[in-house]
Structure formats: structure tokens, C-alpha cells
Design a protein around this ligand. Structure first.
Ligand code: NAP
Length: 318
């Protein structure tokens, strides 16, 4: 399909697949009352819809929008849009990034890191038992935190963890970004990166290259006792491999905000596991107002043929 011309009537489709999307829908309506927004497709095709604003794009929707030019994710990851098998190649994809997002993620990672590093579960158990027992205070300067992904979010997290005195190293796909920490690149760099990580923090997008990346082979290269924090996307960690390595004593445990299947089913072995902590995909969320403004700005840019903000490289998948 060839790219449609950006003229004529403009309508936005929002797929209200969760409360998260509905909050952005309410804000968009309030911010741009003149904009025509629909939440479902009435007939077979809708030739007026030029933009989609959603978290997930199911198969079968995009082919019914012959003038679609922009598919904007309401979230920081565009994987829910890019995974649609029938999104035409000419459609531009954007994601939602704003400065508060990196800060929220830094808070989440620091929370999980310090909880483990300073032994908070043991102190809470002592509190419950009324036990006064002084635990040794470890030295962060002797501990290496490895961060996979030093993008818009990972770079902010790296700064926050550095500020606490930890040694921080990073792992990326390319050498294109300036980083304030030592960086290891690609598959070859991973061989040197993983064995150094006392803590491993995953902040990678999920792509064809990163899905299932943290499998037994790679996780086994972490040093014994490493603690894993995954706050990006569930499918990057092979959950059974990780739990097996915890059971074998190779990994000390982990904190997980994201899972291959969400909501995490009640039967999951992650729940009530004494060495892992589950949080329900709440590590960080882009604030509503800047994301809605970014979407409106991108609609305007699209109309004027200007470059879009936070456009995703569809070939790379992020
Ligand atoms: P970003 O700006 O696109 O940065 C991605 C980073 O990952 C870059 O450093 C990139 O390397 C690296 N990377 C990508 N593919 C790679 C590969 N194959 N091998 C090695 N490194 C690779 O993304 P971001 O804004 O920081 O966000 C990261 C992810 O966090 C999002 O995609 C989303 O899934 C997740 N997230 C989760 C939550 C939550 O609440 N749990 C909230 C927000 C975001 P280069 O530097 O070489 O490009």
C-alpha cells in the first residue's frame, strides 16, 4: 500500500483496551475538543481515520484504515503497536517519552536495588519479631550494577545508581549514544558485561533481537549471587530459566515488574516466591498531559510534513 496524502478530513481512533488508555482518551478530548475521536470502527473501513493513539493494536484493525498515517503509542514502548502483523510499512510509529518517566524508573530501580542491597526484608522480619540485631552495612563502591539499555530511561537510571556510589556499567546495541558509564556493545560486549554484574537491571525494549535474550545461557554468565531486576518487558527474560537458576542458587533472586503474560496469573510460581518480588507493571508511566500534547504536536507535524517527535525506527523495533 502506498502512503496516503495528508489532506482532507482527519479523525483519530483510540482503542480503549485499559484504564491507562482511557485516562489518555479523557485528557485528549479535554485538550482538543475540536478533534474527532472514535473508540471503535463502525463499518468495515473508515477512510477518515488518519491517526491511531493506543497501547495495543490488534491484527485486523490497520487494514480497515486506508488513510492511516500515524500509529502513536500512549506508552513508552511501541511494542504493542509494532507487534500488529498488518500495519502497513508507510505508517509512522511513535512512542511516549517525557522527562518524568526516567525519574520514576530511577525511583523504582533504586527502590528494588536498595531493598536487596541493604537487606530490607531481613529488617522487616526483625521488626515483626521485635528483634534488635545489627546487620553489616555493605559498601556500594565494591558492587557493580549492570544496566542493559541506556536509552531515554536507562541513562537516567544509570545516573541515579551512580549517585549512590555503586559501580555502574551499561550494555547497548550500538556505540551511538554518549554515556557517562563504561559501555559494552552487542553480543561480543555481553560476554564481558554479564560476568561483572552483581545486580542486573533490564531496561531494554522488546524487539526481535531482545525477546528471550535473558535465557539460561546468558543468565548463567552472571556471577553467582547476582540479583536481577526487570522493569522493561517480560518477554525479554525466559521466566522458567530464571526461576531454575534461583532454585539452583546461581542467582540470589530478583524483582520483576513485567511478565510475558500480564496480569501475572494467580498460579504463577513468581507469586509468594521468597526470593523474588512481583510488582504489577507500575515501575514508571509517562504523565498524561505531556503525552497528549506530544500526540497533538505530532498530528500537526504530520500535516505540515515535519519530522515527528519520538518516532520509532520500525526496522530496529524501538
Ligand atoms: P530507548 O530510549 O529506545 O532505549 C533503548 C536502549 O536499549 C538503548 O540504549 C538501545 O541501544 C538498547 N537496545 C535496544 N536493542 C538492543 C539490543 N538488541 N542489544 C543491546 N541493546 C539494545 O528506550 P527507553 O525509553 O529507555 O525505554 C526502554 C523500555 O522500557 C521501553 O521500550 C519499555 O518497554 C520499557 N518501559 C517499561 C515501563 C514499566 O513501567 N515497566 C515504563 C516505561 C518503559 P542503543 O543505545 O545502541 O540504541
Amino acid at each position: 500500500m502506498t502512503a496516503p496524502t495528508p489532506t482532507g478530513r482527519s479523525k483519530v481512533l483510540m482503542l480503549l483496551t485499559s484504564d491507562f488508555v482511557t485516562a489518555r482518551y479523557d485528557a485528549l478530548r479535554a485538550r482538543a475538543p475540536e478533534l474527532e475521536i472514535v473508540t471503535e470502527l463502525g463499518s468495515d473501513t473508515d477512510p477518515d481515520v488518519t491517526a491511531l493513539f493506543a497501547f495495543k493494536l490488534p491484527a485486523g484493525v490497520a487494514p480497515r484504515l486506508p488513510r492511516l498515517q500515524l500509529a502513536a503509542s500512549v506508552g513508552a514502548g511501541a511494542d504493542g503497536i509494532l507487534s500488529a502483523p498488518d500495519l502497513p510499512a508507510h505508517v509512522k510509529v511513535t512512542r511516549a517519552i517525557e522527562p518524568g518517566l526516567g525519574l520514576s524508573m530511577a525511583q523504582y530501580v533504586v527502590l528494588q536495588l536498595l531493598r536487596q542491597f541493604r537487606g530490607l526484608p531481613a529488617m522487616e522480619a526483625q521488626h515483626a519479631a521485635g528483634e534488635w540485631k545489627r546487620l553489616a552495612v555493605p559498601d556500594a563502591r565494591e558492587v557493580t550494577v549492570g544496566i542493559m539499555g541506556l536509552g531515554a530511561i536507562g541513562a537516567v537510571v544509570a545516573d541515579a545508581v551512580c549517585a549512590l556510589g555503586f559501580k555502574v556499567i551499561g550494555w547497548t546495541r550500538s556505540e551511538s549514544r554518549a554515556a557517562r558509564v563504561p559501555v559494552f556493545v552487542g553480543e561480543a560486549g555481553m560476554e564481558a558485561f554479564l560476568p561483572q554484574c552483581d545486580y542486573l537491571v533490564c531496561l531494554l525494549p522488546i524487539t526481535a533481537q531482545t525477546v528471550g535474550l535473558l535465557n539460561r545461557a546468558h543468565l548463567s554468565k552472571l556471577p553467582k549471587g547476582c540479583f536481577v531486576i526487570n522493569a522493561s518487558r517480560g518477554g525479554i527474560v525466559v521466566e522458567q530459566d530464571l526461576l531454575a537458576l534461583v532454585a539452583e542458587g546461581h542467582l540470589s533472586g530478583g524483582a520483576f515488574d513485567v511478565f510475558a503474560n500480564e496480569p501475572l496469573p494467580p498460579t504463577s510460581a513468581f507469586w509468594r516466591h521468597d526470593k523474588v518480588l512481583v510488582t504489577p507493571h507500575i515501575a514508571a508511566q509517562p504523565s498524561v498531559a505531556p503525552v497528549v500534547d506530544q500526540f497533538l504536536d505530532n498530528l500537526r507535524r504530520l500535516k505540515h510534513g515535519e519530522p515527528l517527535i519520538n518516532e520509532v525506527d520500525r526496522n530496529l523495533g524501538y
